[in-house]
Every structure is written in structure tokens, then in C-alpha cells.
Write a protein that binds this ligand. Structure first.
Ligand SMILES: [Zn+2]
Length: 318
């Protein structure tokens, strides 16, 4: 389901007083996942008649994450882990009475980052949850959650509007790089890898600037490790989305080689460029390109240095 359908589903559950205690939202935790969480929490906390109004005090404090009954937890250490200490801090708060007398909520961004002791502590909470408390677990890797946690949650898989989770500007920048003609030359192929590395560097700088700017507003006391971890975890999410978009590009070329149904093409707006890239390419080569991108994903997942991964990977991508 998409984000609107997921929201409507929860809205109907609220209206029927059948809201589950805990939901695993399978989606990119930042962007799709947290936007859905904010909408749902505004619905539960809004003080206006036509909830969520989006502009009352409760709605605004949900949006800027200062609502006293809504607790956010995210991986904070460089290790991208949610520690048992963080979890205990949240548990203490959710067992207290709510400030507004209404719902309390806990949103776990990147629930797959709960380390084993934090996950076990959280499981105890799920086994004996406090009254009128909603848990939203946002993750794009549900397979990394404890099965005992999953089994106590209602699971919703939420897709972004477009499937790869990228905004339009970034997707265009990526497809521009992929569509540039190499003429089969080795140097030009490597240039694609260099352009991608430059693009990623700019993405990282923008995220870092945004996180620093956000700091000035509210939390002057955030330490540099926490800040670095936030930048790094946001960056890795965007990089994953970019790599997904690249994989879909080469999958599209493979589909064109097989004369597949055009509605299956992901990068439909770039069909002309895709057709140009697919012209004269054999099925075998197209399949090898898809495998090369999958290989780059695996290497990035093992924390191999980006420049090395792209140099090797793009040497076989046309
Ligand atoms: Zn409101």
C-alpha cells in the first residue's frame, strides 16, 4: 500500500476504536516512514474538530517532535545502534501518565538497529504494554527484527510514490549520469563512476548542513557523535535509494532487451534514453550489468570504500 492508503487504514481503525498497540511500518524510516508516523500522531493528538488540522499546538508539536507524549528514538551512536540505555529511558517515560490525558506514543526510527539487549527490553514492554500507548516501529529491514517482536505487531508495508524512494531532482541527476553515452570507452565509463561519487559527496554535504542548521534551532547540547551518526544514517538511506534507482535502471535495460511489457519499466520518463542504452546490447550483457550493480550493493553493504566500489563496478557498466 502507499502512504495515503496506510494512513486511511489507521484512520479507520482509530474511528472504530480498533487501533493496534504496535505497528511495524516497513518503509524507508526517514521520508515515507516518519511522515506517516507524524500524520498518525497528529490524528491522535489534534485538539481541533477536523483532526488532524496540522496547525493547532498539538499538531505543530508533533511535527517538530516536541510533543511531551510522543517519544522518538533513533540510532545515535556511530555504530548505528539503539542501545538498551536509550530504550530504558523511553520505557520510563511511557509508563508515566500522559501529559494531555490522551494517547502516548513511541516511534522507533530504524527499529532494526535495536541491539539485542534493547530488543529484549522492548519485547517485555510489548508483552505488557501500558494503556493507550501506540508503538510505531519504522524499518526498511524487517528481517532484522526479532520474530517475537514482529509477531506482536501489526505489519504494514508502505511504498513511496515511485518505488525507489528518491525525490525527483536526485532521480534526474542519477539518470543523467546513467544515460550519458560512453561509446564503450573505458575512460568514459570510469567518468560515470566519478560523477556518481561527486553526486554522493554533494548529498552528504547537504545532509550535514541540514542537520547542523536544525541544531541551531533546538538542541544546542547534542554531542558531535550523535550528530555524525544522524548524518551518516540519513546519508546511507539516500545512498541506498540511489543504488536502488541504479539497479532499476539496468533492470529496465534488461527488460527492454527482452521486449517486455512497457508498463513494467520503472524509469518510464526516460524511456528514450533507456532505449538508446539498450540498443545493440545483448541479453547476456544486460544481465551482467544487473549483476554488477548487485555486486556494488553487496560491497557497499560490507563498508568497502565507495571510490573503489564504483571504479570496479562501473568498468563493466555501459
Ligand atoms: Zn491539530
Amino acid at each position: 500500500m502507499n502512504a495515503d492508503q496506510a494512513y486511511s487504514y489507521i484512520e479507520r481503525s482509530v474511528a472504530a476504536q480498533r487501533l493496534a498497540q504496535a505497528y511495524v511500518v516497513v518503509a524507508p524510516p526517514r521520508g515515507v516512514g516518519d511522515a506517516l508516523a507524524i500524520r498518525v500522531l497528529m490524528l491522535l493528538n489534534c485538539t481541533e474538530k477536523d483532526a488532524p488540522c496540522g496547525c493547532c499546538r498539538a499538531c505543530l508539536s508533533v511535527q517538530d517532535r516536541t510533543h511531551p507524549d510522543v517519544h522518538w528514538i533513533e540510532p545515535q551512536m556511530k555504530s548505528r545502534v539503539i542501545s538498551v540505555k536509550q530504550m530504558r529511558g523511553i520505557q520510563k517515560q511511557i509508563y508515566e501518565t500522559s501529559f494531555s490525558g490522551g494517547w502516548k506514543a513511541c516511534v522507533i526510527i530504524g527499529a532494526d538497529c535495536l541491539n539485542p539487549s534493547a530488543a529484549n527490553a522492548f519485547l517485555k514492554t510489548l508483552e505488557e504494554p501500558p494503556e493507550k500507548t501506540l508503538f510505531l516501529l519504522l524499518t526498511d529491514s524487517p528481517q532484522r527484527l526479532l520474530p517475537t517482536i514482529i509477531s506482536r505487531c501489526h505489519r504494514m508495508t508502505v511504498t513511496g510514490g515511485d518505488g525507489d524512494g528518491l525525490d525527483d531532482d536526485l532521480r534526474t541527476a542519477v539518470t543523467d549520469i546513467l544515460a550519458s553515452r560512453t561509446g564503450g570507452g573505458g575512460i568514459q565509463r570510469l567518468a560515470k563512476g566519478d560523477r556518481l561519487a561527486t553526486l554522493l559527496k554533494a548529498v552528504k554535504k547537504r545532509i550535514s548542513d541540514e542537520e547542523n542548521a536544525a541544531l541551531d534551532d533546538e538542541e544546542a547540547n547534542v554531542d558531535s557523535d550523535t550528530l555524525a551518526a544522524r548524518v551518516s544514517s540519513r546519508y546511507l538511506e539516500v545512498r541506498e535509494a540511489i543504488m536502488r534507482s541504479i539497479l532499476l535502471w539496468y533492470r529496465d535495460i534488461l527488460l527492454l532487451c527482452c521486449d517486455a511489457d512497457p508498463t513494467w519499466i520503472h524509469h518510464g520518463v526516460s524511456t528514450e534514453q533507456l532505449e538508446a542504452s539498450a540498443a545493440g546490447i545483448t541479453y547476456r550483457n544486460a544481465a551482467a550489468q544487473v549483476r554488477a550493480v548487485e555486486q556494488m550493493n553487496r560491497q557497499l553493504g560490507m563498508n568497502m570504500p565507495e571510490p573503489l566500489v564504483f571504479t570496479v563496478g562501473f568498468s563493466v557498466l555501459d
